[in-house]
Design a protein around this ligand. Sequence first.
Ligand SMILES: O=C(O)[C@H](CS(=O)(=O)O)OP(=O)(O)O
Ligand code: MG
Length: 227
Amino acid sequence: MKRVFVEVLPREIDTSGLVVLVDILRATSTIVAALASGAEVVKTVATVEEALSWRQRGYLVAGERGGLPPEGFDLGNSPLEAQRLAKGRALVLTTTNGTQAVGKIRSASKVVAGAFLNLSAVVQMARGFNEVVVLCAGTEGRFSREDFLFASLLVQELSDYQAGDDATLVAREWAAGISHLEEALRRSHHARRLVKLGLEADVVFCARRDLFSVVPVLTGEGFKILP
Ligand SMILES: O=C(O)[C@H](CS(=O)(=O)O)OP(=O)(O)O
Ligand SMILES: [Mg+2]
């Protein structure tokens, strides 16, 4: 029997299946955009200090605190900036939510980064697993509409998978009512906050469904596109 679960907030995950990490605004969108644009690897770390320490090894330092790049960073947690700068480079990324959630995954057959940008490619990969866990990063420990929106569309696509619990059932039901992705994304608190920070272009970009067909896979070095 094939089952899918949606974890609406990060918690410790042990699964023999696939974990799809999602942080639409913006960490996994940034990871997907960077690797789709030719980055060699995107290493995720928990602290600003650790991120900066990777510069001496030639890494581009990316990320945010409060939505904006800390002093000394080469770029923010921006998929658009990553698209421009990441080609041929190794990136290290630290963010408030998405890169912290990576640490919650205790065991999985495979961990991938999901976003609207690569949704169909993630669905295709998920079909190779009997159990799929969508791990929503949330925002500072609270439910994030945009991550749940991704989970809803993914669960809808996996229509032959049993919904593992009520959150997954609600996700599947909600998807039926989504007609305009960017509009639905803009209604989230997080999107509105980013617009106020002058980062509307990132929000619009993060809504571009299936712009890319790559699926970043978590390895010992960080997220990479595997052959
Ligand atoms: O960079 C982001 O959009 C967020 C931080 S904030 O909520 O906007 O301050 O980080 P993420 O880890 O991608 O949710
Ligand atoms: Mg987020």
